[in-house]
Design a protein around this ligand. Structure first.
Ligand code: 5AD
Ligand code: SF4
Length: 441
């Protein structure tokens, strides 16, 4: 009888992708994934530590596991991901039931490490960071499910050292995968029925600069755009300083490339951007936006924002609100600044009090809510091209898919629709989605 593995994933798409890969490795080792924590023989917690809150969530889940470990002392507990990298063997003290701690670069060593841990000889930590990685072939487990969309990792790590950010310390230096391998993986996914690919990297715009890439990012996008049977292509995340004119042009010429870009702005104040080590100004950012809109007038732009960075004045903060109004972002992920040692901003001595950060975050969120809702309302009465992913979360009688501009669209309509691109008449705007009905296949 096969053993059962429960996988809990916190954090970004990169972690979701890594979890899929680890699920694939575990299934090759005769572990079947389960949704039932109480019945699991192995629990793998893929953690995130990008912000304090993310770290707290991981610890709270590990706390919950204690009860299960008490009931079943043979339960194998693995902590993977960025918190594993950051804390290493310290995690064994903080969370005594653990068997194995494995950083993001150690994923491909999971089989040997797990076998060793199963022998129960000692607690194992695998957190070395290397600069030249042999990126393993991607095994993934789709669990026999038909999936319409898939993530493909094109590079790992980050060389940017934004002053608030822990990623370069836990994910290591940038390293690009061979373009030929990426294309092979994508062709294979399309053969299995995948219709939309999202390319993943901490900074996809610097693809090819370090590692095995063999071409630049715009060239990679053009090559992938020619893969037969691929309806849609997306990528994330882009650093504004590296968004080239060549890549911007792709939005006007590559049919599968969807009209959406996630372009983290972080702040609208030049003074703060400088202290964040972002290497662009607000005018540089606005110029990129103007170019994107020039090539692709309906492009939707989403962003990340930090409220209450050390030393941020009310005037700096208002610069952020101002640029939000100018760009009219389709969506924004906004966060309160939190210290992430060893990132540089930890040493800045002009930290803001918690209530100020909280109040600014609330104002950012309120403004964005208004902008997103108004944008969604302006789509009512129009038609959207939707790639159907499956049933809607809120109602099993409705379908769910995304518009090319990335809005979630729930709609009614008959037929076997998953995997198909359909036209939906948009009838209602909600805060986080659109509602409508099928208008044509
Ligand atoms: N505090 C708050 N937000 C942060 N982010 C990264 N580090 C921090 C931090 N220390 C945000 C940035 C980034 C997103 C993934 O998380 O906005 O783009
Ligand atoms: Fe962090 Fe900056 Fe790298 Fe993004 S570009 S992962 S914010 S250091």
């Amino acid at each position: 009888m096969s053993k059962k593995a429960y996988i809990a994933t916190f954090g970004c798409q990169m972690n979701e992708h890594d979890s899929e890969q680890m699920a694939g490795i575990l299934s090759n080792m005769a572990y079947e994934t389960t949704e039932d924590l109480a019945g699991a023989d192995l629990v793998l917690v893929n953690t995130c530590c990008i912000r304090q809150k993310a770290e707290e969530k991981a610890y709270s889940f590990l706390g919950r596991l204690r009860r299960f470990k008490k009931k079943n002392p043979d339960l194998m507990v693995i902590v993977a991901g960025c918190l594993a990298q950051q804390e290493g063997s310290r995690l064994f003290k903080k969370s005594p039931g653990l068997n194995l701690v494995i950083g993001p670069q150690g994923i491909h060593r999971l089989p040997e490490l797990l076998r060793e841990a199963e022998k129960n000889v000692r607690k194992i930590t695998c957190t070395e960071l290397t600069t030249s990685q042999e990126l393993p072939g991607h095994v993934r487990s789709l669990n026999g499910k038909r999936t319409v969309t898939a993530y493909v990792s094109i590079m790992t790590g980050c060389n940017n050292f934004c002053s608030y950010c822990i990623v370069p310390y836990v994910r290591g230096r940038e390293f690009s995968r061979r373009s030929g391998e990426i294309l092979k993986e994508i062709r294979g996914l399309v053969e299995q029925g995948v219709r939309e690919i999202t390319l993943l990297g901490q900074n996809v715009n610097s693809y090819g600069l370090h590692g095995d890439g063999g071409c630049g990012f715009a060239d990679l996008v053009r090559k992938i755009g020619e893969v037969d049977g691929l309806d849609r292509l997306r990528f994330t995340t882009s650093h504004p300083k590296d968004l080239s004119d060549d890549l911007i042009e792709c939005f006007g010429s590559i049919k599968p490339l969807c009209e959406h870009i996630h372009l983290p702005m972080q702040s609208g104040s030049d003074r703060i951007l400088k202290r964040m080590n972002r290497k662009y100004t607000r005018d540089d950012y606005l110029e990129k936006v103007a170019k994107l809109k020039g090539v692709c007038p309906h492009i939707s732009i989403t962003t990340d924002l930090i409220a209450g960075f050390p030393g941020e004045t009310e005037a700096d903060f208002e610069d952020t609100l101002d640029i939000m109004r100018q760009v009219r972002f389709a969506g924004a992920f906004a966060f309160k600044y939190s210290d992430r040692p060893p990132a540089k901003a930890v040493t800045f001595n002009d930290k803001l009090p918690e209530p100020v950060k909280q109040e600014r975050l609330s104002r950012l969120l309120a403004l964005q809510k208004e902008i997103t809702y108004n944008r969604n309302k302006s789509m009512v009465g129009k038609r959207a091209e939707v790639l159907v992913e499956g049933y809607s979360k809120s109602s099993p009688r409705e379908w769910m898919g995304r518009a090319r501009t990335n809005e979630v669209v729930n709609f009614s309509g008959d037929g076997d629709l998953p995997g198909k691109v359909v036209t939906v008449a948009v009838e209602k705007a909600c805060l986080h989605s659109l509602k409508g009905s099928l208008a044509g296949e």
